[in-house]
Design a binder for this molecule. Structure first.
Ligand code: TMP
Ligand code: ASP
Length: 237
């Protein structure tokens, strides 16, 4: 399958059409942004790592019964995926307090929850991705109640499966963001990416951050963290 025309360019990926109207090619970039695009930079080698990691994790999730948009990896940075229309919700699951949760509710990073929390943000850069509840999502016509229930169910299974995979690699899955899309017939599938850009991953022993927080917070060692966490995954699988 070959790239035809650029359909969309996001902050971290480009999406191309193909000869098949039901399939798209995603190309991962090394560009990194944070704080709704206010901070910009490059993480050398990130595109290839995020492509590989997303595909490894989505294949595992497929085997555990989660439908995804993945078709096949085409090259180091490119993957063939099913065309979806993205449900404009950022679905965030947290196991440990960090980031915006800690800030919003005034709790220290590292507080371990008894059970995972799930929240939705409205995927809308102009509004700064505001937090919203099910009623708001339905009122705005972003998804139906049935779709929201399915998305919640899938997101919690994703958390269980990914939590286990990372634990086996000596890494703690603190939190993550996923996105879902609708196929032509309305079927909900997991889409977008699962990578150190979209997950908080801490070394289980030292609690060292092995994800994009190193870039967001200017902690240094950004490229090294992506390489190391990818090595952990491939050695652990
Ligand atoms: P938060 O604590 O900043 O709300 O982030 C929660 C999780 O979502 C974290 O793993 C990083 C991820 N995330 C994204 O993937 N994209 C985003 O735009 C933001 C703000 C967070
Ligand atoms: N990618 C997001 C942005 O640039 C934010 C983040 O991941 O922190 O807005």
């Amino acid at each position: 399958m070959e790239k035809q025309k650029l359909l969309y360019e996001g902050k971290a990926k480009k999406v191309y059409t193909t000869q098949d109207p039901k399939l798209l090619i995603v190309a991962y970039k090394d560009d990194a942004t944070a704080f709704n695009g206010q901070k910009k930079g490059t993480i050398q080698g990130k595109g290839a790592i995020n492509n590989r990691m997303t595909n490894l994790l989505m294949s595992r999730l497929e085997r555990e019964g989660i439908p995804t948009h993945l078709v096949e990896e085409l090259s180091a940075r490119e993957t063939l995926v099913k065309k979806v229309s993205i449900v404009p919700l950022e679905v965030i699951v947290r196991n440990i307090a960090a980031g915006s949760f800690s800030k919003r509710y005034g709790v220290e990073e590292g507080l371990v929850f008894n059970a995972p929390t799930l929240e939705f943000s409205y995927k809308n850069d102009a509004l700064g991705d505001p937090l919203l509840n099910d009623d708001h999502a339905v009122a705005l016509g972003l998804a139906s109640r049935e779709e929201l229930a399915l998305i919640r169910k899938y997101a919690l299974v994703v958390n269980e499966v990914l939590g286990r995979i990372w634990a086996d690699c000596g890494v703690t899955l603190v939190d993550f963001k996923v996105e879902f899309g609708r196929l032509g017939d309305g079927t909900i599938v997991l889409a977008d990416e699962i990578s150190p850009d979209t997950c908080r991953l801490w070394d289980a022993k030292t609690k060292e951050k092995l994800d994009k927080d190193r870039f967001r917070r200017d902690l240094g060692g950004v490229e090294e963290a992506y390489v190391r966490v990818m090595e952990r995954l491939t050695n652990g699988l």
